[in-house]
Design a protein around this ligand. Sequence first.
Ligand SMILES: [Zn+2]
Length: 315
Amino acid sequence: MNWITRIRSAAERIKTAVRKRASKAEIAASKYISCHGVPVEKKIIEQNNFVCPECNKHHLMSPSQRFNMMFGENNWKKINSQMVKDPDVYNWVDTKKYTDRLKEAKKITGQDNAILSCESKINDIDVVVSAVNFRFIGGSISMDEGENVLASVQTAIDKKCPYIFVSASGGMRMMTNMLSLMQMTRMTIAINELRKNNLPYIVVITNPTTGGLSASIVSTSDICIGEGGNQGGATFAFAGRRIVETTTKGELPTDFQTVSWQQSKGQVDMVLDRKDITHTIGTLLSILLKKHKSENIEENNSLIKDPVQENKEAS
Ligand SMILES: [Zn+2]
């Protein structure tokens, strides 16, 4: 075998390996998922609120699936918001037309834009919740998403109830450039209005939350809950790990930019498994709004620790 034959046979082996790798469509159509190196039936993960019972990986969940989990099947009312007349102001084309990407995202998710918002109740307390769908162009934020947040915050103000934001985003939508970046300011102003009305604002950070959303509405909450899971839980960052690594030229810890790591730096108040989030929000809201129900009193008391008693115990 001469060197030309050897290279040809190596090239054939590479081609075969590449061909064997499943495509995105094949992965989506498969009944199985492999999050810890062993195939698990998707159905089992779905029945467990999209959390792997073996490795505790918290898989992506759409806003409607999350609302069903939080409030019960269809026990929530969608909040509608205005849609901009021309979403493609810059006539953006990259590998695809932006208008085609939008059409595809709407078809995949069944949503008008990346954010779905609703009204419902937790512990008999009225709440307004917005959640980002990462499958809608990477959960990126543009004008329609900004409008949705504004409409939802206004609903919370009108109903005098708390606002909850469940994040998952790659950042602002580059296809709409400055008009997208402007939404960071608009959403922050909306949260300030909520604050002026003394209404609680809780953020739930799910995987992944990065870019402009981290730098605006996510970082201005009263209480910040990180969704846990394996390997430190959800990613919560502004710039990604590789960018930081290249810039600092230093070694980064394995759990860098996870919610657990951010909690150790004071950026996140608590890290909870998905199944515990709604219940904890309910308890927190009953404390903040002084709506103690008899069954919550004991639990609330255990959360509100007496600092004097704590000091005594410590000494
Ligand atoms: Zn797993």
